[in-house]
Design a protein around this ligand. Structure first.
Ligand SMILES: Cc1cc2nc3c(=O)[nH]c(=O)nc-3n(C[C@H](O)[C@H](O)[C@H](O)COP(=O)(O)O)c2cc1C
Length: 215
């Protein structure tokens, strides 16, 4: 049982920040991870949100170059800053390091080979965390929105860090849950790494098809 104020990390993951003692609460840990702009970090970091949005492109070919631990810290921390229904944080993240499991996830994702990428994060819904007095179907709806937003925050953070991603929605939820050993329902897989090639943004539809103004 954790003592009050004691940081508890999941098995297999501890943030790579040097001064963990400075972070006595979860919030201060988040602040340390997200606020660390030391020189090594600044070189790789794009802090202009709109540039990041402009630059983000899906990647299905990843370089073998490993992703630095501090980047993973920021990607995970970014997910934790996303808004959630009632702040109940109705989602969980599975960080898949095991190569055999990554390979199995390829099978569970309609054999999409790029799922076997340097960093694989599976975002799952956890409606049981959402302690709001609403019907279960509403709590499930909140949980999918929570999990989706969290993955989107991670995706943008990864882009800001010079990485590329592919969002995998084409999954067999039951198979993915079995592979990662959870009762939770997976919502998406975010695959992250250095791209082999940086691509230009894809075109989008006309604004008239996107925006509907009600005056
Ligand atoms: C909900 C959702 C599901 C997706 N599922 C897959 C998928 O299973 N496989 C895949 O290769 N890309 C998938 N994508 C990526 C989209 O194909 C991609 O975002 C889209 O073509 C736009 O390209 P861009 O991300 O480069 O702007 C998915 C994206 C979203 C948002």
């Amino acid at each position: 049982m954790a003592k009050k104020g004691e940081m508890v990390y999941p098995r297999g993951y501890e943030p790579s920040i040097k001064d963990v003692k400075a972070a006595e609460t979860r919030q201060s840990l988040l602040n340390v991870i997200l606020g660390d702009h030391s020189q090594e970090i600044s070189e790789d970091l794009d802090t202009d949100l709109f540039e990041v949005m402009k630059r983000r492109r899906s990647t299905r070919k990843f370089d073998e170059k490993p992703v630095e631990d501090w980047k993973v810290d920021k990607i995970l921390a970014a997910a934790d800053t996303a808004p959630t229904a009632g702040n109940f944080q109705g989602f969980e993240i599975f960080y898949i390091k095991n190569e055999k499991l990554k390979q199995k996830l390829v099978e569970a994702a309609n054999k999409q080979p790029y799922v076997n990428s340097p960093i694989v994060l599976v975002y799952c819904k956890n409606p049981s965390r959402v302690k709001l007095q609403f019907p279960v179907r509403m709590l499930k709806k909140f949980a999918i929105q929570d999990a989706t937003l969290a993955a989107a925050y991670s995706q943008l953070a990864a882009t800001a860090l010079g990485l590329s991603t592919i969002w995998i929605g084409m999954i067999n939820e039951k198979k993915v849950a079995e592979i990662i050993g959870t009762d939770l329902v997976p919502s998406s897989i975010l695959c992250i790494g250095y791209p082999v090639k940086r691509k230009h943004p894809k075109p989008r539809r006309n604004l008239s098809e996107l925006i509907h103004v009600l005056e």
